[in-house]
Design a binder for this molecule. Structure first.
Ligand SMILES: [Zn+2]
Ligand SMILES: [Zn+2]
Length: 275
């Protein structure tokens, strides 16, 4: 396997996973990885989605408990794999200040910025798409993404840019991004200018059998054409069995889009490794 670092994985420290960190480390070793980065969820101010189980604070990360267990697991596996301490941080424009303080409070290796909530709604739920086309929903997400990364820049890679394609009611696997090229170019150019990258998320491949990752080939080609080189690979596994899922295909897709390397993050700094 040519990808030797999975840099987007959730353990029980994320509200939507129950997996033990040790099991993830062991699976990563078995899969031949040299590096694995835990990227637990932190989403401040999660909206009311009409589910009694999910509160505003559901996705608040207990960073002390997470850091403490991480240090002990890292130590235990140190001779077999390098484990890294990351976070998948949910952006919303009004949280910029709070998110800045959050990132500075712990020694993260990698910060993935993700948009899980747009204008008070999560695209995971069907209500997000009611009364509009899926293209209109995509436009909103891109506008919101641009707004978010303009007001907040303390992150390393942007997560699953076209994430709504996992959840659109039609079940379609791709969407033509040409109608959004102005917005998309602004997002990609800003990332490139700031030395930030794209997180290539293979979950659609291993979970749904889709032919593409998030973001899609069309977005990757555009990022590359604008001069973007920094990519990371992440399975977005929430169970050990899915660590490094879909990585063979992910590597082939990235190569076909013109990437010959990927970044591995430690201490918020990426080192390129050949693909
Ligand atoms: Zn996410
Ligand atoms: Zn994730």
């Amino acid at each position: 396997m040519s990808i030797t670092a999975d840099q987007h994985v959730h353990s029980h420290h994320s509200a939507d996973s129950e997996e033990r960190m040790e099991r993830i480390a062991e699976q990563a070793i078995a899969a031949g990885l040299r590096d694995l980065c835990f990227t637990e969820h932190n989403d401040f101010d999660y909206p009311d989605v009409g589910d009694e189980e999910i509160k505003k604070t559901t996705f608040y990360l207990d960073t002390d408990a997470y850091h403490e267990e991480y240090l002990s697991v890292r130590e235990r596996y140190a001779d077999r794999i390098r484990l890294h301490f990351g976070v998948e941080l949910g952006l919303q424009p009004h949280l910029a200040e709070e998110n800045r303080a959050f990132v500075q409070a712990k020694p993260y290796d990698l910060v993935i910025a993700s948009i899980h909530v747009s204008r008070g709604r999560d695209p995971y739920y069907p209500a997000f798409y009611e009364g509009r086309t899926e293209e209109e929903a995509m436009r909103e997400i891109l506008e919101e993404t641009l707004e978010n990364i303009r007001v907040f820049d303390d992150f390393d890679v942007l997560g699953h840019l076209d994430y709504i394609l996992r959840y659109v009611p039609s079940g379609r696997q791709t969407m033509d991004m040409d109608p959004f090229s102005d917005l998309l170019d602004e997002i990609l150019a800003l990332l490139i200018r700031r030395g930030q990258g794209l997180d290539l998320n293979s979950q659609p491949i291993w979970k749904k059998g889709y032919p593409e990752m998030n973001p899609s080939r069309q977005i990757l080609l555009r990022y590359r054409a604008l001069g973007g080189r920094i990519i990371t690979f992440g399975s977005d596994a929430h169970r050990a069995a899915n660590v490094a899922g879909g990585f063979d295909r992910a590597a082939a897709l990235a190569r076909a889009c013109g990437f010959d390397g990927y970044a591995v993050y430690s201490g918020r700094s990426g080192q390129m490794r050949p693909l």
